[in-house]
Design a protein around this ligand. Structure first.
Ligand code: AMP
Length: 518
């Protein structure tokens, strides 16, 4: 039996070749850059064949550092069609963070956006095993001639030019790894979740068949980053599987999102609560025509019931909330879209996925009891790449341990009540406090740092650091914030710093973060 995730694109290319698959630059005058299913598929074939000519073999890892542009899709499906494994990298990362993921994933080739080149180039230079850098330049995208970058001998246009448009996709086994997605590990260093062709394909298929019911008439706004599991499965792959059209926004900005919704008659909006907050508070929101929107979904962080109610009241549409993790492809549960959503609930397990609440000893709990959420089913990752111990811990007893705390109600709806793991969710993106603490503690003036998430109306949570300075040292909070900002991706540095003479600790000497949060 064989299955390659690229089938979500190939089926559309075979059945509706001239239908628009993707529209980019959607709000900048004109009709935007548009690729049909046939064109997108041919470009992905060229990419696959160009990669093969450049020495990429089935099973190799190819890292992709691209923002929400058609090139992301061409590269993603090109790598898959070549039988290789895609490693999408977060475009907000700094070079040290990129290098760590290139190294850990054993990526041998990096495809990077010219706009991200300074970080990409210095990361690439540090990782010996990654010996080819393909640069996607702004020039050739617009039809002008680009220059081959000195460090790789091959630019994107050359790679595509070397490839042929009728490449025959390398078939994979359903359980082969299609994508490695990095998710910050509880112990600071990000871990690569290995997701199979089948898990990703079926999660996209279920998202489409049971939740969004996407058809070729649908237009989905892709403003979530495609490098993240949520945007990749629930927006990109689910839309292509349903034969719809993707409207790409490089990042979410309320005015651009609203312009794109109006201009392209967007029917499906998938976002994080922070995006809905911005839409609700955007003064000119009423100026735009939203009438095409038929479905709004939220995930990645808790959607406050008040926000759901306010949105419904102002815009006449509910927001359907779901839940999942990178390690679960990502969807695990969702509010059924054929009835009103249950406020404060992340819905029911999707088809073929079991969700249990367990106590400290992994014993199942009854409805109403709070415990750790564990998940079993077709959506669960194969493991963390090259990390047998964390994999065994996460998958102990055959269930994936999420580190989230929840309870199931009598109707079988899941409610998230907190987290067991030390994680901050800012605007839908994950920050593991340990990583920020390590950076702060790397400053010579700092003796100890403890980082926590504090409630924030817009971001859901904001990052705050409690810092104890070395004896006789002094530093301003702003200077320390700047220092952290220069070391980590912009979404990770602390926005607030409070100096303390000591931190509250338990008997074992562990900082009591609960106390700091209060
Ligand atoms: P990620 O791996 O980036 O998708 O992050 C997964 C984490 O996001 C989960 O472990 C939860 O802590 C959080 N999360 C996802 N969806 C929700 C939701 N609907 N409500 C609350 N937290 C969520």
């Amino acid at each position: 039996m064989s299955l390659n995730l690229a089938i979500v694109l190939e089926t559309g290319a075979a059945s509706r070749p001239e239908h628009a698959a993707v529209i980019a630059d959607a709000t900048q005058g004109g009709a935007g850059r548009r690729l049909t299913y046939r064109e997108l598929n041919e470009l992905a074939c060229r990419c696959a064949s160009g990669l093969a000519k450049a020495g990429v073999r089935p099973g190799d890892k190819v890292a992709v550092l691209l923002s929400n542009e058609p090139e992301f899709l061409i590269a993603y499906f090109g790598v898959l069609k070549a039988g290789a494994c895609v490693v999408p990298l977060n475009t907000l990362l700094k070079s040290g963070e990129i290098a760590a993921e290139l190294e850990d994933s054993d990526s041998t080739l990096l495809i990077a956006d010219e706009a991200l080149l300074s970080e990409a180039r210095s990361a690439f230079a540090r990782v010996e095993a990654c010996d080819r850098l393909v640069v996607v330049r702004a020039g050739p995208r617009n039809g002008t001639q680009g220059q081959a970058p000195e460090e790789c001998g091959c630019d994107w246009q050359e790679l595509l030019g070397n490839g042929c448009p009728d490449w025959d996709t390398v078939q994979a086994r359903p359980d082969d790894t299609a994508v490695i997605l990095y998710t910050a590990g509880s112990f600071g260093r990000p871990k690569g979740a290995e997701l199979s062709h089948f898990s990703l394909f079926y999660n996209a298929a279920l998202t489409c068949d049971q939740l969004s019911h996407t058809t070729p008439d649908d237009v989905s706004l892709a403003s979530l980053p495609l490098f993240h599991a949520f945007g990749q499965t629930c927006v990109m792959n689910a839309t292509l599987y349903g034969g719809g059209t993707l409207v790409l926004l490089p990042r979410f900005e309320p005015d651009r999102a609203l312009q794109a919704i109006e201009r392209h008659r967007v029917t499906i909006l998938v976002g994080v609560p922070t995006m809905y907050w911005y839409l609700l508070h955007y003064p000119a929101a009423g100026k735009y025509d939203w009438s095409s929107l038929r479905l709004c979904c939220s995930g990645a962080a808790a959607l406050p019931p008040e926000m759901l109610a306010e949105f419904q009241q102002r815009f006449g549409r509910p927001i359907y909330e779901g839940y999942g993790l990178t390690e679960t492809s990502p969807v695990a549960s969702f509010n059924p879209t054929d009835r009103p959503p249950v406020p404060g609930s992340v819905g029911r397990p999707i088809y073929g996925v079991e969700i249990r609440l367990v106590d400290e000893k992994d014993r199942p709990l009854r409805a109403g009891q709070v415990g750790e959420i564990v998940i079993r089913g077709h959506n669960v990752m194969k493991g963390y790449y090259k990390r047998p111990r964390p994999t065994a811990e996460a998958l102990s007893g055959g269930w994936f341990h999420t580190g989230d705390l929840g309870k199931m109600d009598e109707q079988g709806y899941l409610h998230i009540v907190g987290r067991k793991k030390d994680l901050i969710k800012r605007g839908g993106l994950n920050i593991y406090p340990r990583e920020v603490e390590d950076v702060l503690q790397g400053h010579p003036a700092v003796a100890q740092a403890a980082v926590v998430g504090i409630a924030d109306d817009v971001m859901g949570e904001e990052i705050k650091a409690f810092v104890v300075l070395q004896q006789d040292e002094s530093i301003e909070a702003e200077e320390l914030i700047e220092y952290a900002r220069s070391k980590v991706a912009a979404y990770k540095y602390p926005r607030y710093i409070e100096f303390r003479t000591e931190l509250p600790k338990d008997a074992a000497g562990k900082v009591i973060k609960r106390q700091l949060r209060r």
